[in-house]
Design a protein around this ligand. Structure first.
Ligand code: TEU
Ligand code: CA
Length: 560
């Protein structure tokens, strides 16, 4: 009775175009660069590409500040290039989902250029304008990129709301004209043949009426999961999404499973799935992401089990361990030094054997790592640069601030893709890259990974193939086996008569896992365990009931 869908069975590959491949030597990745790597993506075996924004943009936030939703950023190429990309993907049996950034636009979008001209401009209400209060901002909301969420504009002596940078004014979703514009624009892209959308901060589009201050009761920021958000998304679904066979994934900050069942519940007519961020917060302190905090495997497992079990049969998970805003998974949850290969494969084993659609972020499949540039001058990300300045202004030690940037800064994920080991800049560009390439590229690169049978790349390839062969990998229900174990993560996935047993050692020390054999008998009288994949060689004779794991060892058994 399971509800089978292509987007549940898919593996998605996220491309950050600026950093993927530069075709013309200007140091900036582009559409022709991506086109030149389509066979690489096909070889990996992925089904869907999620393309981060490629629209016209002044690039205050690398394309997340859009000045024309229906034009291509000149640095990336032309609409003809984009059409060639779509066709190239479709020809190879892959799909394309586009980033939809409609909580805000760029301040250089013509809507905003008009909006700021006068209080009676027809576009005034496309954005959120308010008079100041006693010479100060209308309320106490802060921006994600440091400082207040309000910018004073002298032309009309009012402030506009920007939850992100001041060049990213928030669109006013209360205005039906704004919603109409967005739906028409989405329809225009869908009619060009795309296969869906990833929706940037989609749970921020409805703001609490009256824009109440953070101090005035309420729980948490008053622009997350706002009162009309489901009404808006249902309207979008009715007007646009429901008319196409597409996939949709919303980026949602600060959500509980109950919230997600609303955004992505089977009968809700909203989205197919969302990205939630609970695991991404596991190594943060009370003051937020920059407060780097040690994490425990028991907490890690608790978060995963919670999402796996609470959405079962009700909504669908997105499984990811990093993206363009997060540190590299291997540096964060694995061991990017002594156990680079083994720990990357261990984490990959988990990524591909949880219930949900799998997302791979570019470079993850070759084990790209975080980077440590010597000085702040080498960094480009607006969040990182603003945060650095704020800390220095408050008197913090530069070296201390740099440590948190090394751990959490977004440029960790944005250093250029490492294609080759013996060309300057890893073969990403023949010019000067917009962001310095990670100096470890002579060891970590695609060329080397493709030539090595034992590479992380080939392990990802194998995991993706297994997904196509075993329904249980996609649809099986999750059960955690060892909540209290601080070193091993073990779980089963069950789908009808099929059951998988997954055993993962998360550390560089050996560990023993003792398996309760009665769980197998519950399915059938047989007692066989077939090894589907592992990151070590395992003697066929080994007894699965008592497993001795080497550092970062991962095993997937099929039980019957
Ligand atoms: O991210 C939303 C978001 O909340 C992140 O900015 C997050 O706060 C931060 O990266 C981690 O602390 C989306 C996009 O993914 C991001 O790249 C954009 O900068 C942001 O929206 C604004 O569009
Ligand atoms: Ca280029």
């Amino acid at each position: 009775s399971v509800d089978k869908k292509w987007w549940k069975e898919s593996v998605v590959y996220q491309i950050y175009p600026r950093s993927f491949m530069d075709s013309n030597g200007d140091g900036i990745g582009d559409l022709q660069g991506i086109i030149s790597k389509l066979d690489y993506l096909k070889t990996l075996g992925i089904d869907v590409v999620w393309l981060c924004p490629v629209y016209e943009s002044p690039n205050d936030d690398n394309g997340y500040d859009i000045s024309n939703y229906q034009g291509i950023m000149h640095e990336f190429g032309t609409m003809t290039d984009w059409e060639e990309l779509l066709e190239g993907l479709h020809q190879r049996g892959m799909k394309l989902i586009m980033d939809l950034v409609v909580n805000h636009s760029s301040d250089e979008h013509h809507w905003f250029v008009e909006s700021r001209k006068s209080k009676d401009n027809p576009y005034r209400d496309y954005y959120v304008w308010r008079p100041g209060k006693n010479g100060e901002a209308p309320n106490d909301w802060g921006s994600f990129f440091s400082g207040p969420a309000w910018q004073y504009d002298a032309t009309t002596d009012e402030y506009y709301l920007h939850i992100f940078s001041k060049k990213q004014p928030d669109l006013n979703w209360e205005n039906p004209k704004v919603r109409r514009e967005v739906y028409d624009m989405m329809t225009w892209w869908l009619d060009k043949g795309i296969d869906g959308f990833r929706m940037d901060v989609i749970n921020l589009i409805s703001k609490a009426p009256g824009l109440p201050s953070m101090k005035d009761g309420g729980d948490g920021p008053r622009f997350i999961n706002g009162p009309r958000v489901h009404e808006f998304i249902q309207e979008m679904n009715r007007e646009v999404l429901s008319k196409y066979d597409i996939m949709t994934v919303g980026e949602t900050l600060d959500v509980t499973p109950e919230d997600v069942i609303k955004y992505a519940g089977t009968d809700r007519h909203e989205l197919n799935m969302v990205f939630q961020f609970e695991l991404m917060g596991i190594d943060s302190g009370p003051s937020g992401k920059w407060e780097v905090t040690p994490w425990k495997l028991t907490d890690f497992k608790k978060i995963i089990s919670k999402w796996q079990t609470s959405l079962e049969g009700k909504a669908w998970n997105s499984i990811y361990l990093n993206n363009h805003d997060q540190p590299r998974l291997l540096s964060r949850f694995g061991n990017d030094k002594e156990y680079h290969n083994k720990s990357a494969k261990m984490l990959a084993t988990m990524l591909h054997t949880l219930q949900g659609t799998t997302y791979i972020y570019q470079g993850e499949e070759i084990g790209m790592t975080n980077v440590r540039f010597d000085t702040i001058e080498e960094y480009r990300d607006i969040e990182t640069l603003n945060r650095y300045q704020e800390c220095i202004d408050q008197g913090q030690e530069p070296s201390e601030v740099m440590e948190s940037i090394y751990a959490k800064g977004r440029d960790n994920a944005r250093t250029p893709m490492q294609w080759t080991g013996n060309h300057p800049h890893a073969g990403f560009t023949t010019g000067t890259p917009w962001l310095t390439v990670n100096p470890n590229y002579p060891e970590i690169n695609v060329e080397r990974a493709l030539a090595d049978e034992d590479s992380i790349f080939h392990y990802y390839q194998k995991l993706i193939r297994l997904r196509k062969q075993h329904d249980v990998i996609v649809y099986g229900a999750f059960e955690l086996l060892n909540a209290d174990d601080e070193q091993v993560f073990a779980y089963t996935r069950t789908f009808g008569e099929e059951r998988l047993l997954i055993i993962l050692n998360f550390y560089d020390k050996p560990a023993r896992f003792e398996w309760n054999w009665s769980k197998v008998e519950a399915i059938s009288g047989e007692r066989t365990a077939e090894l589907l994949i592992s990151n070590y060689d395992i003697p066929a004779s080994e007894d699965v009931r008592q497993v001795d794991l080497r550092p970062y060892e991962a095993r997937v058994y099929k039980l019957s």
